[in-house]
Write a protein that binds this ligand. Structure first.
Ligand SMILES: NC(=O)C1=CN([C@@H]2O[C@H](COP(=O)(O)OP(=O)(O)OC[C@H]3O[C@@H](n4cnc5c(N)ncnc54)[C@H](OP(=O)(O)O)[C@@H]3O)[C@@H](O)[C@H]2O)C=CC1
Ligand SMILES: O=C(CO)[C@H](O)[C@H](O)COP(=O)(O)O
Length: 628
């Protein structure tokens, strides 16, 4: 569905608004309303007796026109004529529909308009009255300005071209995600422009060839020239960057800046570091460019059929891109978009980063379950069948794809058996681990999952060590229900830790985060969507610490004996299960009333006089002992 637009034709009295609106209405085949027809009787009476309207008189009338526009937008495009001389008038006309309003300013000189008015039959406007119109006029920044010196047909042609030809949304970077998001936008009926760079001889016509490959891109404008791409967009321009995070994002922003205008919006849809998002926001603000950091999850397929979208930054800027993001987002069980405004600054990218941290752990847990089920004597098909049977209790996107992966054959063997066991990463797990350390929130599973990937990368050392340490995993004998319970236990701890990290960041950075809403937009479209995420929506409405909730406490208590058994058996049988074991260690540490941290405090005081507090002194005073 394409978004409808209201075209406000504005300008001082006598600039030809009604004539142009009538012709444009015919050309575009859309209804036209003359604002003057909507004045209340009191205004008409005042004007008839030659008394000029004041701002109070105009207020109700402008609200009426805004309501008219909103009503019209539900069904169709429309044209409304209104002088709208002051910025404050236009703000009322715009209210709630900013992103669907196009301003056309018919502009001319004082003499040009006075001469024209006085040529009209039965019409006389004093030069004083016209002068007061010019004095009142606050020229709009975002309007398409057309000089009234042209003949009406040419003016209409110009406006029609402007409205019809320009795209409403631009997508920069046609890699895996950019292609899918562009197709998604086009399938929703948006007129878009797309851009990809060209490398002579190696990569040519990427954007054009992409456009040619898909029917839904018929009206899409494809570019390899940045300036032409930018100029093909309606203002304020909305440009989504889908490029590699880091230096490339900065390079691309630098390339775009010379062609942008005040008020344009850059949307960074990549997995950018949340701190860099704040820096980029500040930098671009100094150049009058709006910048918004948007986390996108769902991979190639999700981006095409509906990703989960996590926008953060200035709320007003978000409102200008909201209809596009909400239209392309996945829908939850209540058909609401899996896209919600997260909060200020880099909060959208922070939440996406933690999403990836949780994702790292969910993936690692499935890898550990695979190790265990393999050690129990199952081949990949058999493991897939076991995981399939877990769907009733533990369904998730990642469980589903792991089943598909395990069933994939390559010749006579399973493809997984042929994949080199070195796990890559693109940075988000690393940043989440840094953030968890910086914010003092112990998301220990995310760190474990990250370090498990790093350890896997030492392939050559591992090969050497496996020969020299002679640690040989032996076969395991475990009940399948215990393995499932252990997996479920660790997943609860993972979600607790990830959400806790988001909550701590919210407190530290003063972002007003709605954790239940975040869980809601993670119930579809994203990589960590799961049945458990759906359970978390109501729980997070009452408490941001899920471990305080009776349902979760009872679940963990019931699952604990199984994870104790599974983790001990793994260790006794020389199997590595870092996230499973960390989850049980964490809950043991979290639930202990008297921990061994007293030893740490004593050690710190011994060597560094760091002092400690005493349990028999409730004043909270810090003590020091001369330990020697
Ligand atoms: N893949 C995924 O599952 C997900 C990825 N993301 C994030 O989305 C962003 C894009 O990811 P993805 O689509 O996978 O990445 P790709 O590597 O597939 O695409 C990267 C895009 O950036 C362009 N690009 C690279 N360098 C430059 C440059 N110097 N100037 C102009 N354009 C450049 C590439 O152009 P060219 O083709 O010419 O090299 C390409 O269009 C990343 O930040 C990623 O982390 C977010 C969610 C999921
Ligand atoms: O954001 C994503 C999924 O949500 C990307 O696929 C991301 O690249 C995954 O992280 P990594 O490459 O570090 O495994």
């Amino acid at each position: 569905m394409n978004l409808n637009n209201v075209i406000f034709i504005m300008g001082v009295s006598g600039c030809g608004k009604s004539t142009i609106a009538q012709l444009l209405s015919k050309k575009l085949d859309i209804p036209f309303f003359d604002g003057d027809d909507f004045h209340p009787q009191s205004n008409i009476d005042k004007m008839s007796s030659g008394v000029p309207l004041n701002d109070d008189d105009r207020h109700g009338w402008l609200v009426t026109l805004n309501e008219l526009a909103k009503r019209q937008l539900e069904d169709s495009n429309c044209i409304i004529v209104c002088s709208a001389l002051k910025k404050s008038y236009r703000e009322i006309l715009n209210r709630g529909i900013q992103n669907q309003v196009k301003w056309i300013h018919l502009a001319g000189s004082f003499d040009q308009i006075l001469g024209r008015l006085n040529k009209r039959e039965n019409h006389f406007m004093s030069s004083n009255l016209l002068q007061s119109q010019f004095d009142t006029l606050e020229a709009p920044e975002n309007a398409f300005v057309v000089n009234i010196g042209l003949n009406p047909e040419d003016i209409v042609e110009k406006i029609a071209n402007k409205i019809k030809m320009k795209s409403e949304f631009g997508l920069f970077g046609l890699g895996v995600m950019g292609k899918s998001l562009s197709r998604n936008l086009a399938q929703k009926g948006f007129k878009i422009s797309v851009f990809n760079r060209e490398e002579k001889g190696t990569e040519e016509d990427v954007a054009i060839n992409f456009k040619k490959a898909y029917k839904e891109l018929e009206t899409t404008q494809a570019y390899s020239d940045i300036e032409a791409f930018v100029n093909s967009l309606q203002t304020p321009r909305r440009i989504m960057l889908m490029v590699n995070a880091g230096k490339i994002t900065d390079l691309v922003i630098k390339d775009l800046i010379p062609f942008l205008s005040d008020g344009d919006i850059l949307i960074d849809g990549g997995n950018s570091n949340y701190l860099k998002t704040k820096d980029r926001y500040d930098y671009l603000k100094s150049k009058q460019i709006n910048f918004i950091g948007v986390g996108v999850s769902g991979g190639e397929q999700g981006a095409l059929i509906g990703p989960s979208i996590m926008p953060g930054g200035n709320k007003e800027t978000y409102n200008l891109i909201k209809p596009y993001l909400e239209s392309i987002a996945a829908k939850d069980a209540n058909n609401l978009p899996c896209c919600t405004y997260i909060g200020e600054e880099g909060s959208g990218h922070f939440v996406k980063m933690v999403h990836n941290g949780i994702e790292y752990v969910e993936m690692q847990l499935l890898a550990e379950v695979y190790t265990i089920l393999k050690a129990m004597g199952n081949n990949p098909d058999e493991i897939a069948n076991i995981l399939e049977s877990w769907k009733a209790e533990a369904d998730s996107y990642l469980l589903g794809i792991t089943i598909d992966i395990l069933r994939k054959k390559d010749g006579d063997d399973w493809l997984v058996n042929k994949i080199v066991d070195k796990a890559g990463n693109k940075g988000t797990g690393n940043w989440t681990t840094i953030a968890t350390a910086q914010l003092g929130a112990p998301s220990t599973l995310i760190a474990s999952a990250l370090f498990a990937r790093y350890t896997s990368f030492y392939k050559e050392e591992r090969l050497w060590a496996s020969k020299n340490f002679n640690i040989n995993p032996s076969s395991l004998h475990l009940d399948l229900q215990d393995v499932l319970n252990a997996y479920q236990f660790a997943r609860i701890i993972n979600h607790y830790q990830g959400i806790k990290l988001i909550s701590e960041a919210g407190r530290t950075y003063n972002w007003e985060l709605n954790l239940s809403e975040i869980a809601r937009i993670w119930t579809n479209g994203c990589i960590i969507k799961s049945d458990f995420m759906v359970e978390l929506i109501p729980i997070l409405k009452t408490d941001d610490n899920i471990l305080k909730h009776a349902t979760i406490i009872n679940k963990l208590k019931a699952l604990k004996p199984s994870i104790n058994k599974v983790v001990s058996q793994c260790i006794l049988n020389e199997l590595t299960a870092s996230c499973l074991s960390e989850s049980v260690n964490f809950l043991n540490a979290y639930t202990i009333s008297n921990s061994s941290a007293n030893i740490i405090q004593a050690q710190r005081d011994y060597f560094g006089a760091h002092t400690y507090q005493r349990i028999d002194d409730d004043t909270g005073k810090f003590h020091h002992t001369n330990w020697n």
